[in-house]
Write a protein that binds this ligand. Structure first.
Ligand code: FDA
Length: 386
C-alpha cells in the first residue's frame, strides 16, 4: 500500500503538466513503457506544441465557454516561455503552428525535468484497475497487484484515438463510475474515406477550401488510396457527420467561371483536360473531365455550361463513405461531459478530489497545436488547484 497526496492516471501531455504544478506528493502512473508517447510521434516527430492564435474559438465542446478559464490562466505564451527557458529551439511552420526545430523528444525531456524538479514521481508499465473512494481517500488497484491511496485522483488517460499506442476508454469508465455523463465519442482530425474512388489520384495535393456543416478551412487537401486527407480534410472531419456531404472549393479565392471564360477566349480550342490543368493539378483535371463528362474542348462550352463547371470547381460536393476511425484519428470528439466539471479547476462537482484533464474531457481542438495547448492549460488548472 502506498500513500500519496495525488495520483495521476496517464503520463501524457496533460498528466505530466498537472504533475509539474501539483508538485511533491504526486505519483503519475502509465501503462505504457515510456511517458508522452503521443508527444513523441506528434507533428511528424517535431511536436506542434501550441499555436500563437490559440483561443476558446478553436475548440469544440457541448459547452463552448468551458475552455475559456483554463486557456486564459495558462496561455500559449506561458508554454512558449517554458520551452524557451529550456533552450528548446522552435519555429512557426504556418498559421501560428509552433514546432520544435529538433525533436518532440525535447518536449518530453523538458516535462520530465520539470516534474523531477517539482518532486513528482513517475511509474511506468502499470495500469490502473479498480478504483474506490471511502469518503476520505481514493484506493486504486494497479496491475502489479499494489494499491495506491490518494486524496486526489486525476484522470488524464486521454481519448480513444490510436488504440495501438495504449488508448483505452478507461477514463470514461471512471467518469461513469462516479456519476458523470459521458457524451458520445467520435474519431476526429481523421482522413475521410471514399472507397477506392480516388485511388488513381493518390498523391495529388492542392490548396482548397473544405467545408462541412457550415465550417470551412483553407488548407491543403491530399488524395489517398482510401479517400481524402491533408489538413483541410482533417479539420472538417471534426464537423462532418456520417452520411452528410462535404463541399470542396478547388480554386479557393478565385472565380472559376471567370477563369474558364478567360481561358476559352485565349486558347479554347485545346482539350478540356489540358485547359483545366491550368487551374488545378493535371491528374485531377484529367479525372474530373472524365467523371463530370465535360465537353471535349472549352471552345464547345456555352456560358451556361462554363458557369456550371465553374460552380463545381468552386463547390465540389462529395459524400464520404466514412472515416479512417480511431486507428488514425489524432483526437477523440466528445467524452466526459463538462457540465459536471469545474471550468476553473477541472475538479468534479460530484466527487471532491476527482479531476479530469486533457483529451478525456469533451473539449477538442482544431488541428494545429490546439490539442496540446488544451492538455497544458487543463493540466495546469488541476495541478495548481491541488
Ligand atoms: P494522451 O493520450 O497523450 O495520454 C494519455 C496517457 O494515459 C497515455 O500515455 C496512455 O498510455 C495512458 N493510459 C490510458 N489508459 C490508462 C490506464 N488504464 N492506466 C494507465 N495509463 C493509461 N496535438 C497537437 O496539439 N499537436 C500535434 O502536433 C499533434 N499531433 C498528433 C499526432 C498524432 C499521430 C496523434 C495521435 C495525436 C496528435 N495530437 C496533436 C493530439 C495530441 O496528441 C492529444 O490531444 C494529446 O496527446 C492529449 O493529451 P492527454 O494527456 O490528454 O492524453
Amino acid at each position: 500500500m502506498q500513500d500519496v497526496k495525488t495520483l495521476i492516471l496517464g503520463a501524457g501531455a496533460a498528466g505530466m503538466m498537472c504533475a509539474i504544478h501539483a508538485g511533491a506528493g504526486t505519483l503519475v502512473i502509465d501503462h505504457a513503457k515510456a511517458p508522452g508517447e503521443k508527444i513523441r510521434i506528434s507533428g511528424g516527430g517535431r511536436c506542434n506544441f501550441t499555436n500563437t492564435d490559440c483561443g476558446p474559438g478553436n475548440f469544440l465542446s457541448a459547452n463552448r465557454h468551458f475552455a475559456k478559464s483554463a486557456l486564459a490562466r495558462y496561455t500559449q505564451w506561458d508554454f512558449i516561455e517554458l520551452v524557451s527557458r529550456h533552450n528548446i529551439a522552435w519555429h512557426e511552420k504556418t498559421l501560428g503552428q509552433l514546432f520544435c526545430d529538433n525533436s518532440a523528444k525535447d518536449i518530453i525531456a523538458m516535462l520530465l525535468a520539470e516534474m523531477d524538479a517539482a518532486g513528482a514521481r513517475l511509474r511506468l508499465g502499470v495500469s490502473a484497475g479498480e478504483i474506490t473512494h471511502d469518503g476520505a481517500v481514493f484506493r486504486v488497484t494497479l496491475s502489479d497487484g499494489s494499491t495506491v491511496r490518494a486524496r486526489n485522483l486525476v484522470v488524464a488517460t486521454g481519448g480513444k484515438s490510436i488504440p495501438k499506442m495504449g488508448a483505452t476508454g478507461f477514463g470514461y469508465d471512471v467518469a461513469r463510475q462516479f456519476g458523470h455523463d459521458v457524451l458520445d465519442t467520435r474519431p476526429a482530425l481523421v482522413p475521410l474515406t471514399f472507397g477506392d474512388r480516388f485511388s488513381p489520384l493518390s498523391g495529388v495535393s492542392l490548396p482548397v477550401q473544405a467545408a462541412a456543416n457550415g465550417t470551412a478551412f483553407n488548407e491543403a487537401m491530399l488524395f489517398t488510396h482510401r479517400g481524402l486527407s491533408g489538413p483541410a480534410i482533417l479539420q472538417i472531419s471534426s464537423f462532418w457527420r456520417e452520411g452528410e456531404a462535404i463541399t470542396v472549393d478547388l480554386m479557393p479565392g478565385r472565380d472559376a467561371f471567370g477563369a474558364l471564360r478567360a481561358l476559352r477566349q485565349n486558347a479554347g480550342g485545346k482539350a478540356m483536360a489540358t485547359m483545366l490543368a491550368d487551374l488545378i493539378p493535371t491528374r485531377l483535371a484529367q479525372a474530373l473531365a472524365t467523371d463530370w463528362a465535360l465537353p471535349a474542348r472549352l471552345a464547345d462550352c456555352s456560358d451556361k455550361t462554363l458557369r456550371d463547371i465553374g460552380a463545381r470547381l468552386n463547390g465540389w460536393t462529395l459524400t464520404p463513405t466514412g472515416s479512417e476511425g480511431y486507428r488514425t484519428a489524432e483526437v477523440t470528439l466528445g467524452g466526459v461531459d463538462t457540465a459536471q466539471i469545474s471550468s476553473r479547476s477541472m475538479e468534479s462537482t460530484l466527487q471532491p478530489g476527482l479531476f479530469f484533464i486533457g483529451e478525456v474531457l469533451d473539449v477538442t481542438g482544431w488541428l494545429g497545436g490546439y490539442n496540446f495547448q488544451w492538455a497544458w492549460s487543463s493540466g495546469h488548472a488541476a495541478g495548481t488547484e491541488i
